[in-house]
Every structure is written in structure tokens, then in C-alpha cells.
Design a binder for this molecule. Structure first.
Ligand code: ACM
Length: 370
């Protein structure tokens, strides 16, 4: 007899960030099917319960608590925006449950009830800033969606720009669901400010409108590229081809990695996934399989025992070997930089030699001019 383990899944199929959350949902579903095959010998079966929080942070909290109370889940997989994670955090802490969070974020947080599977600032923004400064220059214009992740990431970017002797030429925020008209005055200001590069923390559907307005205004990716941590293959997929070429994203995973024969073990995912593979897809996929390994090893989904088992655990992920840091529940990932192409994929142009330790509070990074 298999023991059924109920699992909570909180990703949006509707609303401002559904374009990326739908890929995390599909990754979770696919990984649960695969995990259930490998859990057979251990006598477990994961039973997912998915609810659609509609990209609304408060709904993530309400539905998370509903899954805990009504479906008796100990483990939740979910959240894209930092505002949704911050809304769910008090819920999982109050009930001592465990949230697996598969998204890059701004750092400066630790909860014993969260496993942070995406990249944190020392694994993406610093890597990206150093590349942009040395390749294009140190004058930067900040454009973001209006919520915590862009504000906090821009704070780090501003410190980096100033620390390296550069200049911030502008800082603008748009609503989460901003349409094309919001970006009109911004691209006009960009044309007259002419920074060396733009740092975009725009998320979700609005990303399409920003990149398309950029192109329509005649702003050139060659002369003044956009650098981002959140523009992935999922957002490129909904843009016009001419608008999506030549910009930069820093992430631990790009779908094009799976074309490498050394990763042939994972190449079936390019067809099977049914959605554009991207860094958030990859974290969502890997975290389920990581949890399944831990469940088989512990023999229980008790959150405290699972998190103890996960600390120091390594996993052979599509990006390469990842590891849960024993001190901070964040993940060792492999920083990379991709240049976007008109076909919607990324060419990988920089890659860290190995996994980089997560330093969510940036305690070991000294900002210095070079
Ligand atoms: C994010 O809000 N962490 C992308």
C-alpha cells in the first residue's frame, strides 16, 4: 500500500504574472509524475492540490492556508513574485509548514520554513552588473514593476553603480499589469537620457510591452541593451521576434543548455515540457525532485525533518549540480549570462565555473571600483 502525501501547489494561471507562473505550474506537474515513479519503491505517492491565486499576493496567503487546513498539506510548492512569497511566509511559519520557492529574488530574507531554490543577488545581479559595466559602461537607467522585488533589486544595483563610479540616469516604476501606454513616456525619456544600459525589473506580461515599446521607439539593443534577471524564455515567447533580440539576462539556467550533448539526459524536456523552459521552470522542476529524494530518505513529510535532511543535499539538476546550503536554506546555483535571440532563445555568453554559494545578505561581497 502506497502512502499518499498531499502537496499544495500555488501558481497563477491568470493575472499579471501568469505567463511565467504557468511554466512553474507545468514544471511542478511534470516533476510530480516523475517523482511518483521513483517514489514507488519507497512506498509514497505525491498527490498535488493546485489552486490559482490569480497573481494576487493576498490570495496566495488565503489559498495556502486553505490547502494546509483543508487538504492537510505539509509541503507547498509555489509563488513567483516576492510579494506573494512574503504573503505566504507568515502562514507557513504559523503552521510550521514548508514552502519550496522556485524563483530568483532580491535576497535579504531567511525563514526556516522556506527553501529558496532560485538565485539570490550574489548569484545573478552582481554577475550581471560586472558584465554590463565592463562591456557597455556604468551609466544605468532603472525600469521596474511597482512592488518589492524591483525596489530592493534596484537598491542593490544603485549601490553597485555608485560603488563602481557610475551614474543612475533615471528610475521609473509601472503597475504590475502595465499595458503599452505606460512605456511610451519611459522609452521617450530613455531616448533622451541615453544610458549605457537599462536595468529592467519589469515582470510578467508587462515585459512584452516594455521590450516592444523599446523597439518601436527605435532604441537599439546593440547600442543600449536591456539587462534583466526576470526576462526569460517565457516572456520572450510572447514578444514580437524583432523586439526580443540582443538583450541580456543573468540566470542559472537557459533552455539552450539542454542542446549540449553533455546534458542529453535532460534533452527530452525540450519537447515534453509543453511550455518554454526557463530558469523559473527549472527551479520548480528540480525542487520537486529534490523534495522527493528527501522524502524517500526521511520516510516522512514532516517539514522540520525534511528541511534538516535537505541541508547540504546535492541534486543533479538540468543546470548542473545544485546544493541546498546548510546555513541558509538557499541554493548553490551556477550563474550564467545569456543574450536573447530573435527566435526566443538565449545564447549563453558567460558561465561561472561551478556552483556559487548563496549569500542572500551580501555579507561577503565588497563593492569596489575596477
Ligand atoms: C520576484 O518577484 N522574486 C521575481
Amino acid at each position: 500500500m502506497k502512502r499518499k502525501i498531499p502537496i499544495g501547489v500555488l501558481f497563477s494561471e491568470t493575472g499579471a504574472t501568469a505567463v511565467i507562473e504557468k511554466t512553474q505550474l507545468e514544471a511542478t506537474r511534470l516533476a510530480i509524475v516523475e517523482a511518483n515513479r521513483s517514489l514507488e519503491t519507497a512506498g509514497f505517492e505525491l498527490v498535488p492540490h493546485h489552486l490559482d491565486p490569480q497573481s494576487q499576493p493576498q490570495l496566495f496567503a488565503t489559498l495556502g492556508e486553505k490547502l494546509i487546513l483543508e487538504k492537510r498539506v505539509n509541503i507547498l510548492f509555489g509563488c513567483y513574485t516576492s510579494s506573494s512569497r512574503k504573503a505566504v511566509l507568515p502562514v507557513v511559519e504559523k503552521h510550521n509548514r514548508l514552502l519550496f520557492y522556485p524563483t530568483l529574488y532580491e535576497g535579504f530574507e531567511f525563514s526556516p520554513n522556506v527553501v529558496y531554490a532560485g538565485a539570490c543577488p550574489n548569484q545573478n545581479i552582481i554577475f550581471l552588473a560586472e558584465f554590463m559595466f565592463s562591456t557597455f559602461g556604468k551609466s544605468c537607467y532603472l525600469v521596474g514593476s511597482d512592488y518589492v522585488y524591483p525596489y530592493e533589486s534596484n537598491r542593490v544595483m544603485k549601490d553597485l553603480v555608485h560603488g563602481f563610479g557610475g551614474q543612475i540616469l533615471g528610475e521609473q516604476y509601472v503597475p504590475m499589469d502595465a499595458g503599452p501606454s505606460y512605456f511610451q513616456p519611459i522609452v521617450e525619456d530613455l531616448a533622451s537620457s541615453s544610458p549605457d544600459f537599462v536595468f529592467s525589473t519589469v515582470v510578467g506580461n508587462a515585459t512584452k510591452h516594455f521590450y516592444e515599446a523599446y523597439r518601436e521607439a527605435g532604441l537599439s539593443a546593440e547600442a543600449m541593451p536591456i539587462a534583466s534577471l526576470t526576462t526569460t524564455e517565457a516572456e520572450l515567447a510572447i514578444m514580437r521576434p524583432e523586439a526580443r533580440a540582443g538583450h541580456f539576462t543573468s540566470a542559472p539556467f537557459f533552455a539552450s543548455l539542454l542542446l549540449d550533448p553533455r546534458r542529453s539526459r535532460w534533452s527530452h524536456l525540450l519537447q515534453q515540457a509543453g511550455v518554454p523552459l526557463n530558469q523559473c521552470w527549472e527551479s520548480a522542476y528540480s525542487q520537486v525532485l529534490l523534495f522527493a529524494e528527501s522524502l524517500a530518505s526521511v520516510g516522512s513529510d514532516d517539514p522540520t525533518r525534511i528541511v534538516q535532511d535537505l541541508r547540504g543535499r546535492e541534486f543533479d539538476a538540468p543546470q548542473g549540480t545544485i546544493r541546498i546550503d546548510p546555513d541558509n536554506n538557499h541554493t548553490w546555483v551556477i550563474p550564467r549570462i545569456g543574450r536573447s535571440k530573435s527566435d526566443g532563445s538565449f545564447e549563453i555568453i558567460r558561465e561561472s565555473r561551478g556552483g556559487v554559494r548563496p549569500d542572500p545578505y551580501l555579507v561577503s561581497y565588497a563593492i569596489s571600483s575596477s
